[in-house]
Ligand binder design. Sequence first.
Ligand SMILES: [Zn+2]
Length: 113
Amino acid sequence: MAIICSSAGCKYRVPDLLAAEGLCVLHFTLSLEQTCNDLRRQTALGQVSRERIEEIHQFLQQRGELLARVSTAGLGLSDEMKARILATFLTLINLRENLDRVTARLATSKILS
Ligand SMILES: [Zn+2]
């Protein structure tokens, strides 16, 4: 039986690849972008440990791989959805770059202290 997206009011079907998330492709990308924005805000404050940065690296890798699998699974995505997925990849890439800057700052502050 088809699983329907768990996002309020959404009637779209959940692709098999996203069964664990319980979300349609649209709401998976929206949820991922929201999480990335929250993580960027956390890391921007500079109060982030190396362990936390490593956790975020893992998160980015896992979500990026899942998004790549979903986007190449032949789901017959609309052009609008393809553009949305590309925007989400860009969000992942930008968060990764942001993390690298935070890591560089941490390294510098360690050298100086
Ligand atoms: Zn949905």
